[in-house]
Write a protein that binds this ligand. Structure first.
Ligand code: PEP
Ligand code: MN
Length: 341
């Protein structure tokens, strides 16, 4: 929408209309008492390429279509995306309970956690084989061996696997095991990596960057969708604010906001923002109550011995009770925990 200045002349208005039409868009003129506006209908990028800001008589431009076309709610005419991942549905009325260790540490740990979450109705198993660590001196994950252990856990429990990909060079090995590729918060704007996962037929869990706006998250999703991969889940995991009383500020308003902006399922990670386990349940229940399409939560069989993120891990002993409460709240919000179809 091109808003003309009150003093714009007829020649200036005609010149803008001609320029809009010159790039194959149609121009709809609306003359009011005070202002004239020109609606340009066509490709946003084509109109943008004209550089109409600052043209004679033009006051300002108001984009009507979202820059994230494929991710936008308009793209699906307001209908929510529901898709199947390893025999489980996610989105709409299907609540995804994704649980597992932060990091795959050993066979014993992985299988112990996998068994407990599977026995208590989890939808998928999470676990990192490649870990994004703030320090290069911290444990970086078991890599290939970790993927092998995830495969064993999948064969044993039947749970689809969610695991992080950090480096495009590992993509072949990761997609062999993963049902969902996790793109971590620190890689949300790694555009070549996003395009690369967009070219796979593996679903994607895209985490919101530490200081990313919702629009930036949706633009990142657009990179994946644009390559033809439609199964993208958005994940709110806490953002950096001025608050230092906890690790990150979990932005629960992102749930209804993203669901208004986009048709994609919205998953909440209740573990990384608190950074301590006693705040994980309240955040999980709050996320379910706010209408999230699922949660991805960290669970460990021996949290005190965990190599990574132990303080925030739910011990396996409490998982049954936890899952039961999440189920109740999700049901209040009109969703059922998704199981094998
Ligand atoms: C994780 O899921 O363990 C993780 C590292 O998450 P994030 O990328 O959100 O920090
Ligand atoms: Mn973690």
């Amino acid at each position: 929408m091109i808003v003309m200045k009150p003093e714009a002349t007829d020649e200036e208005i005609d010149a803008v209309v001609l320029r809009v039409e010159s790039v194959g868009c149609s121009a709809h003129l609306s003359r009011g008492d005070l202002l004239t506006v020109i609606g340009a209908i066509g490709e946003r990028d084509d109109v943008q390429s004209l550089g109409l800001e600052g043209a004679p008589g033009v006051d300002h431009l108001v984009p009507i279509l979202k820059p994230y076309k494929l991710a936008s709610s308009q793209f699906r005419k307001g209908e929510r995306s529901v898709f199947e991942i390893g025999g489980r549905r996610v989105g709409g009325e299907h609540f995804g309970l994704i649980a597992g260790p932060c990091t795959v540490e050993s066979r014993e740990q992985t299988l112990a956690v996998a068994d407990v979450v599977a026995d208590n109705g989890a939808t998928m198993l999470r676990g990192g084989a490649y870990k994004p660590r703030t320090s290069p001196y911290s444990f970086q994950g078991l890599g290939q061996e970790g993927l092998r252990l995830l495969q064993e856990a999948k064969d044993r429990t039947g749970l689809p696997i969610v695991t992080e990909l950090m480096d495009a060079r590992d993509i072949e090995a990761v997609v062999e095991v993963a049902d969902v590729i996790q793109i971590g918060a620190r890689n949300m704007q790694n555009y070549p990596l996003l395009a690369e996962v967009g070219r796979t037929d593996c679903a994607v869990l895209l985490k919101r960057g530490l200081s990313a706006t919702l629009e930036e998250l949706l633009m990142a999703a657009e990179y994946v969708l644009k390559e033809g991969n439609e199964r993208v889940m958005l994940c709110e995991r806490g953002i950096r604010t001025h608050e230092t009383a906890y690790r990150f500020t979990l932005d629960l308003l992102a749930i209804p906001a993203l669901q208004e902006m986009s048709h994609l399922p919205v998953i909440v990670d209740p573990s990384h923002a608190p950074g301590r386990r006693d705040w994980v349940k309240p955040m999980s229940l709050a996320a379910a109550a706010a209408g999230a399409d699922g949660i991805i939560v960290e669970v460990h069989n021996e949290p005190e011995k965990a190599i990574c993120d132990g303080p925030q891990a739910l011990p396996t002993e409490v998982f049954a009770h936890f899952a039961g409460q999440v189920r109740q709240v999700a049901e209040l919000a009109g969703k059922g925990i998704s199981a094998a179809v």
